[in-house]
Design a protein around this ligand. Structure first.
Ligand code: FAD
Length: 342
């Protein structure tokens, strides 16, 4: 069981900055995210887009903002459970919470901060009869660790950047890479499309278009997929594979959190913005894009502000008898927040 002071659900910019603000108060944090990497929308949706409204940064790429946040929180050594979705919550008699993920990992904390943004990004799945039988048994919707595919026969389906980039990457690792897309044209970056074509010409990627996966075969684990070319059953071919990875994009859903007994309005969690962004359940806070209150703006800097106030309240909750006196992170340029000489 993972134990921490503040359990943060969501590793977007809001969740990451919470670790910093909590760290200043000497509170430990652990973050759960359904995605295999930190950064939320910034990493998943627009890593190369410049952002112009982060105070002090006239311009910063979303991906660089996430790297900077990771660097900023590193001294506080947060724990991470990545690639797992927070599914259920239970309140114990001592007032602490236990949050369990879809993979069964349990986390205990006196304070839970939901920084779930638009919700957990759920993969768009192909419609195939026996798909669920092979999930985690040959079928995966995101690549957490490419090494898993070393010397394996892999079939990727999709036409966007993820499908192209992973096909290129795995061409050097896997034994065989097949890329299937239902159109001849791809939606991804031109450079990636050209690279895939080059690798096809070198015999390192087996490219099949226009085509779709229409069947999965295997006794216990996945053994083969049926690929239909030109929408014509006469052109069906059976491809022996170890892994099938449909990369059809991710769509955000508030998902299981919506059933935690929290007050929800228009797919967002209602909070007390006059005080500390606490929800209707004491000890559970909601910060960043996931919350709603009069005048709410879904902006990164608003999430940072909410995280800061929320941590002050969390401190009072965890240490009701201690009086915390807010100090600046640097005083007179002498000492850094982590105790280092500045
Ligand atoms: P998110 O970034 O959405 O992160 C939430 C994380 O929580 C996700 O990683 C998700 O997987 C995870 N999660 C949710 N539910 C669960 C669960 N049950 N279990 C585990 N994990 C879960 N804002 C600006 O300020 N300036 C801009 O220029 C700007 N440009 C934008 C451009 C685009 C194209 C988009 C889409 C948004 C833009 N935004 C911008 C908005 C900004 O990205 C959001 O305000 C910000 O990402 C919110 O951060 P967050 O940490 O609250 O949530």
């Amino acid at each position: 069981m993972v134990q921490t002071d503040i359990l943060i659900i969501g590793a977007g910019p809001t969740g990451l900055f919470t670790v910093f603000e909590a760290g200043l108060l000497k509170l430990k944090c652990h973050i759960i995210d359904a995605l295999p990497q930190a950064g939320g929308q910034c990493s998943e949706l627009y890593p190369k887009k410049p952002i112009y409204d982060i105070p002090g940064f006239p311009e910063v790429l979303a991906g660089d903002l996430v790297s900077n946040l990771m660097q900023q929180i590193a001294p506080f050594q947060p724990g991470f459970t990545l690639g797992e979705r927070a599914d259920s919550i239970e309140k114990l008699e001592d007032g602490t919470f236990i949050v369990t993920t879809n993979k069964g990992t349990k986390h205990q904390a006196p304070v839970v901060a939901i920084a779930g943004g638009l919700g957990s990004f759920e993969p768009r799945k192909p419609i195939l009869d026996n798909l669920s039988k092979f999930e985690d048994n040959g079928v995966a919707y995101m690549i957490k660790d490419p090494e898993v595919y070393r010397d394996k026969k892999v079939l990727i389906a999709g036409g966007g950047d993820s499908a192209l980039d992973w096909s290129i990457f795995l061409a050097d690792i896997a034994k065989e890479v097949t890329l299937v897309h239902r159109r001849n044209e791809f939606r991804g970056a031109l450079d990636s499309v050209e690279k895939v074509q080059e690798l096809k010409d070198k015999g390192k990627i087996n490219l099949i278009t226009p085509a779709e996966v229409v069947g999965l075969e295997g006794k216990d684990a996945l053994e083969a997929v049926i690929v239909r070319k030109n929408n014509n059953p006469k052109e069906d071919q059976k491809i022996i594979v170890d892994n099938f990875i449909p990369l059809f994009g991710l769509s955000p859903k508030l998902g299981p959190i919506a059933k935690w007994g929290l007050e929800i309005e228009k797919n967002a969690i209602k909070v007390d913005n006059t005080l500390d962004y606490q929800t209707n359940i004491p000890g559970i806070y909601a910060i960043g894009d996931v919350n709603t209150y009069p005048g709410k703006l879904k902006l990164i800097l608003c999430g940072f502000h909410e995280a800061t106030l929320m941590c002050q309240s969390a401190y009072q909750r965890i240490f009701p008898d201690k009086k915390y006196v807010m100090k600046y992170t640097t005083v007179g340029g002498v000492t850094g927040f982590d105790g280092s000489k500045k």
